[in-house]
Write a protein that binds this ligand. Structure first.
Ligand SMILES: C[S@@+](CC[C@H](N)C(=O)[O-])C[C@H]1O[C@@H](n2cnc3c(N)ncnc32)[C@H](O)[C@@H]1O
Length: 366
């Protein structure tokens, strides 16, 4: 884990913690692999029942003994991960808070204590992370940010590269190939969390003014400290992507990476509407999400839908059923300007999602 890029707010990891985390990565790899093997066996035994919906497949799989064990193991591995990461962060939290307090920043951080946390974030411990994205164990602290980074590294089984920014790199790879002359002057990253993808975009467009928003203050504090040490100038602010304070037509590129599936149908539409308002003519909006279920094998869909019920991602299953093209059109984008693309993983160099690549949807603004 320590080979990953270190920065001012990085947690220090003892030898024992490092080997515990390595064990958890290996356990997770094994559990995820074995869970798929076991469930595939159960699925095969269901013979001929090819017309089952993903919900029916999942329900049936989880009624079987080995399906139950596989599911329980996966959930337990996730809980063990948070226990381990949590103990490591709590042990040194005051020091981390102190080092994250950035002096003479080149970018900026603007927090809004009056911002109402949307229920879909505030009421859920997404991914089982204790306390959720807004969790503060210390006043004005960075607990949730530090948890997010270390937990994320284990969850992704160390995929995503040393800066865990594979999604951002995939987005850049797509833009470079399909819009080679596109050089945004102002960029907005909606739902930036700790700014991992933001930094990939920042690096790709060094002349752009980059803004990044999120609803969770501890993530933003951490993101700010992290990006300053890693040499990126980003203006972070605590805002809801459904309705921001930015001026209409003030951005060339609006992105959201793996954030829409953590909202709701109503919020997702509002976020797409807001992107339309924020973009200047010729600007581009892009969202990275998992592929729609209609293009996924029902067994694989059932496996992924597990997160809806057992990994505290209540909207993820529903989101994959939505018609993103229709929602973009409703937001005001011309149907002929709709974008839907899978960026192959070898295109942006990552060990994660081998062969699968990343699916984006979006549009250009007319
Ligand atoms: C999985 S994380 C995103 C990861 C990040 N974009 C990246 O690529 O590294 C989802 C983030 O979206 C944020 N979020 C959810 N709804 C939001 C909203 N309406 N406005 C702003 N941020 C939101 C959450 O607080 C969370 O930090």
């Amino acid at each position: 884990m320590e080979s990953r890029a270190r920065h001012v707010a990085s947690a220090h990891v003892t030898h024992d913690e490092a080997s515990q985390e390595s064990f958890l990565v290996d356990l997770r790899k094994e559990v995820v692999r074995q869970w798929q093997v076991d469930l595939r066996k159960v699925h095969r035994a269901l013979n001929g029942k090819k017309d089952l919906s993903r919900q029916e497949i999942l329900k049936t799989l989880l009624r079987e003994g080995s399906g139950k064990v596989a599911s329980a193991l996966r959930a337990t591995a996730q809980e063990m991960m948070w226990d381990s990461v949590g103990a490591c962060i709590e042990r040194q939290l005051p020091d981390l808070d102190r080092s994250a307090a950035t002096r003479n920043p080149k970018g900026s951080l603007s927090l809004d204590p009056d911002l109402l946390m949307p229920r879909y974030v505030g009421a859920v411990d997404i991914h089982g992370m204790p306390g959720g994205y807004g969790m503060e164990l210390t006043p004005e602290g960075i607990f949730a940010g530090a948890m997010y980074e270390r937990g994320g590294a284990i969850r992704s089984m160390r995929g995503g590269g040393s800066l865990a920014n594979a999604s951002g790199r995939a987005l850049v790879a797509y833009l470079r190939t399909s819009h080679p002359n596109f050089s945004p002057k102002r960029v907005l990253d909606v739902g930036c969390a700790i700014g991992q993808s933001t930094l990939a975009i920042c690096d790709a467009f060094p002349d752009a003014e980059v803004h990044a928003i999120d609803v969770a203050a501890p993530l933003l504090r951490y993101a700010h400290a992290r990006s300053e040490t890693l040499g990126c100038i980003v203006h972070f602010s605590q805002q809801n992507g459904e309705e921001t304070t930015f001026e209409s037509g003030s951005f060339d590129l609006v992105v959201g990476l793996a954030m829409l599936h953590e909202t709701s149908t109503k919020a997702m539409q509002a976020i797409l509407n807001e992107a339309h308002r924020l973009l200047r003519s010729g600007g581009i909006v892009l969202h990275y999400e998992g592929r729609p279920w209609e293009s996924v094998d029902p067994f694989d869909a059932a496996i992924h839908d597990w997160d809806t019920y057992y990994n505290a991602e209540p909207f993820i299953g529903k989101m994959h059923d939505l018609n993103t093209r229709a929602m973009m059109v409703q937001a005001g984008f011309g149907p002929e300007h709709y974008i839907e693309v899978t960026v192959p993983s070898d295109f942006y160099g990552t060990t994660a999602s081998k062969g699968g690549g990343r699916w984006f949807f979006g549009a250009t603004r007319n």
